[in-house]
Design a protein around this ligand. Structure first.
Ligand code: KIV
Length: 277
């Protein structure tokens, strides 16, 4: 199984030039499979809203949703570090509320760290959580929880001003004590610059190959998401087709009386059967 991955492990991986593999997970069997396949970090992302719950953004996802899924993932993770996403408006109202909500994800959910979106503006909250002993992963670039303010899921950091702001955001998070930062949907050159400048690992999604690690939404990379995946996703499997095939076969066999067959049925002992008739 290997040693448990901790925040110190992922920071050592950056220093040693070893890439970090992170995926989202939302349930027990997936967490077990990903953990056994060697994934370093399991993110209970608020992408659960779109991948599993049928919402069209991450905005409706609640703390109760993330807690529920984090408990399941924590039970399945033996080696991987479990990071729970803080949903929209669970950390912006006040530092006290952020502290209370983050603590629940660790105490009740079993996560080892939390992730929240935002840069300079959220850095004081990150500092407060870290001071209380809660490891924090930052998230800059495209911030899906701000989709309504951004007007869509667009590449970020493309102008000089936007790129400089993103650098300031990432540096502020590192200075506040974040142990790693997700870089979402930014030009690869900017991701490389951030990765070179920061002492902590960067985990890219749609941010090119030069980050210290990569993350994808597991449903996207397994081909289980029914919508059109973003351009940066690589499909490693086509589980939607596999599920449709298997279920169509089951439906046909049930309708034709071919399932269950003798090997799937239990027979009554002959002497008992005789007495029944
Ligand atoms: O919720 C999520 O899945 C995420 C990843 C896109 C990093 O935040």
């Amino acid at each position: 199984m290997g040693e448990r991955v901790t925040v110190a492990t992922v920071q050592r991986m950056k220093r040693e030039g070893r890439r970090i593999a992170m995926l989202t997970a939302y349930d027990y069997p997936t967490a077990r499979l990903l953990d056994e396949a060697g994934v370093d970090i399991l993110l209970v992302g608020d992408s659960v809203g779109m991948a599993v719950l049928g919402y069209d953004s991450t905005v409706p996802v609640t703390l109760a949703d993330i807690l529920h899924h984090t408990r399941a993932v924590s039970r399945g993770a033996r080696r991987a570090l479990v990071v729970a996403d803080m949903p929209f408006m669970t950390y912006q109202v006040s530092e006290e509320e952020a502290l209370r909500n983050a603590a629940r994800l660790l105490q009740e959910g079993g996560a080892q760290a939390v992730k929240l979106e935002g840069g300079e503006a959220i850095a004081p909250t990150v500092r407060r959580l870290v001071a209380a002993g809660i490891p924090v992963m930052g998230h800059v670039g495209l911030l899906p929880q701000s989709v309504h303010a951004l007007g869509g899921y667009r590449v970020q950091g493309k102008t000089e001003a936007a790129a400089r702001q993103l650098l300031r955001d990432a540096e502020a998070l590192a200075a506040a004590g974040a142990f790693a930062i997700v870089l979402e949907l930014i030009p690869r050159e900017l991701a490389r610059l951030v990765t070179e400048r920061l002492p902590i690992p960067t985990i890219g999604i749609g941010a090119g190959p030069d980050c210290d690690g990569q993350v994808l939404v597991v449903h996207d990379m397994l081909g289980l998401y029914l919508g059109k995946p973003p351009r940066f996703v690589k499909r490693y499997a086509d589980l939607a087709t596999a599920v449709t095939r298997a279920v169509s076969e089951y439906v046909a066999e049930v309708r034709e009386g071919r399932f269950p067959g003798p090997e799937h049925s239990v027979e009554m002992p002959a002497e008992v059967l005789e007495r029944l008739y």
